[in-house]
Write a protein of this length. Structure first.
Length: 142
């Protein structure tokens, strides 16, 4: 099943019209903390290894997603430019999510599409309970 694509401005319109829609920010924790779309939840597809400064896959991505994201909701999945979020959408589709949109251009933009921040869309730095990866990952039933 091909993943539906949207742009940051269209994603913002969906969030405005549908209070049940969820923006899933799949960037690393340090990227998320620096700023993210309002109403975004952080479930990183990759973690930054501080020793090597390389990105490594988050093996718990599918499990955390299934724990905190209802399958009947519209999911707007974004990253920095649109590549990691495309991979995350493919994983989500494989585990049963049907209303999944890749936010092409993400938060930072790419050569073809301005990102959330450059478009002047609402930005938050909230990293509290129910938003931060740490708080979401803690919901996994042990």
């Amino acid at each position: 099943m091909p993943i539906q694509q949207t742009t940051p401005d269209k994603a913002n319109e969906i969030l405005d019209k549908d209070p049940q829609a969820i923006y899933v920010d799949v960037r690393s924790i340090p990227e998320f903390i620096q700023g993210h779309p309002v109403r975004a939840l952080n479930i990183p597809l990759m973690h930054l290894d501080t020793q090597t400064n390389q990105m490594t896959p988050n093996p718990h991505f599918p499990e955390v997603a299934q724990t905190v994201l209802p399958k009947d909701r519209t999911l707007l999945v974004g990253c920095k430019m649109g590549g990691r979020s495309q991979k995350a959408c493919e994983i989500l589709a494989r585990i049963g999510y049907e209303k999944v949109f890749n936010v092409y251009g993400g938060f930072g933009g790419n050569p073809e599409q301005k990102g959330w921040q450059a478009l002047g869309l609402p930005v938050s730095q909230d990293n509290g309970d129910g938003v931060s990866y740490e708080s979401l990952a803690a919901r996994i039933k042990k």
